[in-house]
Design a protein around this ligand. Structure first.
Ligand SMILES: O=C(O)C(=O)C[C@]1(C(=O)O)C=C[C@@H](O)C=C1
Length: 365
């Protein structure tokens, strides 16, 4: 045997032995999670048991990232643990996660990034349908897009919070890469039409104007639907992401055609219960103020005085009347924090209405 073969053999034996140890440890961890489920059920025999604990998951993933010894990057290690925890949670209780479908959308990719692959993901045709599915209890949690770094807020999601009793339980960000996709069956044909979602067209506008000027652009309900059509119709292409490309067996004519290299979408996790503090949290509120001079100043001043950082403020027309506005505000901290309590008490005194949408861990992955 050559030296190379001997050494390879030794290393592979070592990998086999390590794999066995990893497997034994993952199994021990899974048994622990089963025990956790029994403890939770025993403590709440008559109530809804919350098996999924977003604050605990965030703490576990943060610790993994902080203590990762390398050589694997911390992000990669956290991703592996994300999947281990997902499988452990599925042993406790299989989670139904509603998302803005169809299958193959970026929202599904975000749901799997946040919850791992051991959940049952349920595609729904519209943002309000995702809210309804969670409100009715048919799904445990929902995932909806809320803002894109190129295109701004997804107003439909913001407006749903005005009437929905649901809470925000988490956030997840996804780097969005769009590709120009064609079916290998039709790839020699001239492309006369491109399908995509309106948001994706907007995120690739400059690239399209430069490289595919004059080709008909047809807006459809999702990227996945665009990919489905391109797979079937000769002479067409789709702009969509990797999941949709894989799902419909499409090839990339051009890779990562988004105009901004940092194109990112933020998604929210919506659920029926409040999330305890994880130690590194964000909160969201909706506030409507009286229409008078200085109203916005009055609203923001307590945040400034108490040193609380705002991460976003958006204005939406109020459903209650013409030229009345509702402010959607994200800020750092948890509603259980003493300082946040004080600020919200002050805001509440001045506001016509203050709605607490929830506190949740700042996205870890
Ligand atoms: O700590 C818990 O409450 C668990 O249920 C265990 C565990 C885990 O595998 O670490 C699993 C699911 C929860 O969402 C959080 C953590």
């Amino acid at each position: 045997m050559t030296d190379e073969k001997t050494r390879l053999g030794e290393l592979r034996d070592e990998i086999d032995s390590l794999d066995q140890q990893i497997m034994d440890l993952i199994s021990a961890r899974a048994r622990c999670a089963q025990e956790v489920a029994h403890v939770k059920m025993a403590a709440n025999p008559d109530e809804n048991v919350f098996f999924y604990r977003p604050e605990r998951e965030a703490q576990v993933l943060r610790r993994i990232k902080e203590h990762n010894p390398g050589p694997l990057p911390a992000e990669e290690m956290a991703r592996l643990f994300r999947e281990i925890m997902s499988a452990c949670l599925a042993l406790e209780k299989p989670m139904h996660i509603a998302f803005l479908g169809p299958i193959g959308t970026f929202t599904q990719a975000a749901a799997l990034k946040h919850f791992g692959h051991s959940v049952i993901s349920v595609p729904l045709p519209a943002i309000d349908a995702v809210f309804r599915e969670v409100e009715s209890g048919a799904a445990h949690y929902g995932v909806v897009p809320v803002e894109n770094s190129t295109e701004g807020m997804i107003n439909h999601t913001l407006d749903m919070f005005m009437s929905s009793p649901l809470k925000i339980c988490g956030e997840v960000q996804l780097r969005i890469h769009h590709h120009l996709l064609v079916s290998p069956k039709h790839k020699d044909q001239e492309i006369t039409r491109i399908y995509s979602h309106q948001q994706s067209f907007a995120q690739c506008r400059q690239w399209l104007d430069t490289h595919r000027y004059g080709i008909e652009r047809v807006t459809v309900s999702s990227n996945a639907e665009a990919a489905r059509r391109a797979a079937e119709e000769p002479g067409t292409a789709a702009i969509a992401g990797d999941m949709a490309a894989e799902l419909y067996g499409l090839e990339k004519l051009a890779n990562s055609i988004e105009d901004r290299p940092d194109n990112t979408t933020r998604f929210l996790i919506i659920g029926r219960e409040e999330v305890p503090a994880s130690g590194h949290d964000k909160s969201s509120i909706l506030v409507s103020m009286r229409n008078k001079p200085g109203a916005l100043y009055q609203l923001l001043e307590p945040f400034h005085r108490h040193g609380i950082s705002l991460t976003r403020i958006e204005t939406r027309p109020s459903p209650s009347g013409t030229w009345a506005y509702v402010f959607y505000i994200d800020f750092e901290g948890h509603m259980e924090d003493e300082t946040v309590r004080k600020v919200l008490a002050e805001v509440d005194e001045e506001a016509v209405e203050l709605k607490r949408l929830g506190s949740y861990p700042i996205g870890v992955l």
